[in-house]
Design a protein around this ligand. Structure first.
Ligand code: IPE
Ligand code: IPE
Ligand code: MG
Length: 257
């Protein structure tokens, strides 16, 4: 089916179609544009984060229940976001705490397994506890793995992996000559999940902002001008449909016709 006719299909048909064509194993989203969404409405930036959480809830529910996606990563807070005003940071931390607290029952019910990528230690104690509880209480779920990138930075993640490997070399557990890509991949926060097939970034910015730099070596990228609070399931479905039309070559050449 041609791309144009594909995009003209209604959403239910499209969902069926993209499922038949084979869903990406892992979709990762840079949820950007909350602040601009609020500014456009003369609202404080915090109102944008509030609206953004609702979008995240909708997307998680849709991805797990309607779509049957297996892995979803959401970039919630970066290692660079500490540079924002304390009031905004505190608001986001409280929002995340509330989000996890309120959603935990639904995650358990819906088979969502929560994992977290990032360094939890600078987070407020209550949020750290919330995160630990969510990870523990959903550990046996397997329908959808929800990876929350929280105080996440890809460079920090790679530095951490280097330290972990260096310690294993120092203790004699690992031979430095045998360090390979797998050694590194398995020392990242994402060790248990496949690399993202598709990264979506909202709000029109065309950069990765320190997101999954190792894992994204061959990830397909999708940029949309839509601000995160306005992003919906239909746009996710269309992004996946466009992704499925792409040819992933991994450096090889197309097979002879
Ligand atoms: C994304 O929205 C949320 C976080 C980074 C926590 P922003 O807050 O970055 O919104 P803009 O980019 O300023 O519009
Ligand atoms: C990336 O967005 C981080 C998250 C979405 C959590 P930013 O808004 O922090 O990125 P920059 O500053 O525009 O690169
Ligand atoms: Mg931003």
């Amino acid at each position: 089916m041609e791309k144009d006719s594909l995009l003209q299909n209604n959403i239910a048909t499209l969902i069926e179609l993209i499922r038949e064509r084979g869903l990406p194993k892992h979709v990762a989203i840079i949820m950007d544009g909350n602040g601009r969404w609020a500014s456009k409405r003369d609202l404080p930036r915090t109102a944008g984060h509030q609206a953004g959480v609702q979008t995240a809830e909708r997307i998680i529910r849709f991805a797990g229940r309607e779509l049957g996606l297996r892995h979803l990563t959401l970039y919630a807070f970066s290692t660079e976001n500490w540079a924002r005003p304390a009031t905004e940071i505190n608001f986001i931390m409280d929002l995340l705490d509330k989000f996890i607290t309120e959603k935990l029952a639904e995650f358990e019910r819906e088979g969502v397994r929560v994992i977290v990528s990032g360094d939890p230690t600078p987070l407020p104690n209550n949020l750290q506890q919330r995160v630990r509880d969510a990870i523990e209480q959903t550990a046996k779920n397997s329908r959808l793995v929800l990876n929350i990138a929280l105080n996440y930075g890809a460079r920090q993640e790679i530095v951490r992996a280097c330290r972990m490997i260096a310690e294993r070399v120092a203790s004699g557990e690992v031979d430095s000559a045998k360090i390979d890509e797998q050694t590194i991949a398995s020392s990242l926060y994402t060790a248990q999940i496949p690399d993202p097939d598709l990264i979506i970034r909202t709000s029109g910015e065309m950069r990765l902002s320190n997101f999954l730099l190792w894992q994204a070596a061959y990830t397909e990228l999708h940029f949309t001008d839509t601000l995160w609070p306005d992003f919906g399931p239909d746009e996710l479905v269309r992004a996946i449909a466009q992704y499925q039309d792409r040819e992933r070559r991994y450096g090889a050449v197309k097979e002879a016709e």
